[in-house]
Design a protein. Structure first.
Length: 298
């Protein structure tokens, strides 16, 4: 019994001594312990950062990116290139040549007669290929040539002119404007051309004067009536030999460069379509942009 008490006393004495020693260590070594704890915390933080690696930083972490360069107040603008519009007239009656015209670059404008059994489908295919479409309106020429069914002639009264034009406009849809087929006589009649412009103005359509007669009043009457208008500058195929068509195309390009824009008209002759298919894709190499007519009307 006495031995057990001595052992208990020795254990309590040893425990008291250890407690005193620990208290002395805490009181005298607190700064060192605090520093050790801080080092341990920083070590853990670096380890966690490495473990995140390239992953997304947590929302509480502020990620700094280099500042963006200042946006200039004025951006340089490339001067506008000269524009050339090419129109292919007389489309519709010949399906195979019309199909070839539709295969030309999309900026070529296609002008369709207001009649023909396939006209609706042809115009839809032209639109699907990206072409601008015009109504090619038959008008009376000088001489005895037949302009075709439903033509506007100088012996018609204003009401009949309007009725014939409206019937032609109902032949298909999706056109931006009208240009004349033949019309070397009708387009010089100011009173009757005014009836045409009144009808186009009501529908928001423009007029392209094919200028089959230098004395045509078409563009002048259109402007006086408040209708957007333009005139043809070059016929590409008075001579349908390929070398002649190329020469005319170069003439149109030269006019576009000189004046800023030009409009050329051609027809669906096989040689003409073949020359245009080969040449028009190279226009921009000559400093000219191919454009639909709607971009050039005033």
């Amino acid at each position: 019994m006495r031995k057990k008490r001595k052992k208990l006393s020795a254990f309590l004495l040893l425990a008291f001594a250890a407690g005193c020693g620990l208290m002395w260590l805490v009181l005298t070594k607190a700064p060192e312990i605090k520093e050790l704890a801080g080092r341990a915390g920083r070590y853990v933080e670096r380890a966690l950062s490495r473990e995140r690696g390239a992953g997304m930083a947590p929302p509480s972490v502020s990620v700094r990116f280099p500042p963006l360069p200042k946006r200039p107040d004025v951006f340089p603008v490339e001067p506008e290139k000269p524009r050339l519009a090419i129109v292919i007239d007389d489309l519709g009656p010949n399906p195979s040549l019309t199909a070839e015209a539709i295969r030309l670059p999309a900026a070529v404008t296609l002008s369709f007669f207001p009649y023909g059994p396939e006209i609706g489908d042809q115009v839809r295919r032209a639109h699907d290929a990206g072409h601008e479409v015009l109504l090619h309106m038959p008008m009376e020429p000088l001489g005895s040539a037949d302009p075709g069914p439903g033509a506007l002639t100088t012996n018609l009264q204003p009401g009949e002119i309007k009725a014939r034009l409206e019937k032609a406009l109902a032949g298909f849809s999706g056109y931006d404007g009208v240009n004349n087929h033949m019309g070397s006589k009708f387009t010089t009649d100011r009173a009757r051309m005014a009836v045409v412009m009144e009808t186009l103005g009501e529908r928001g359509l423009y007029f392209l004067d094919s200028r089959t007669n230098p004395a045509s009043a078409g563009e002048t009457i259109a402007r006086e009536s408040g209708v957007l208008a333009a005139s043809r500058h070059v016929f590409l195929d008075n001579d349908v030999k390929p070398e002649a068509v190329r020469d005319k195309l170069q003439q149109a390009i030269a006019l576009a460069r000189r004046d800023g824009s030009a409009i050329a008209i051609g027809h669906p002759h096989p040689a003409v379509l073949k020359v245009l298919a080969a040449e028009l894709f190279e226009l921009e190499n000559q400093g000219v942009v191919l454009a639909p007519v709607r971009d050039l009307v005033h």
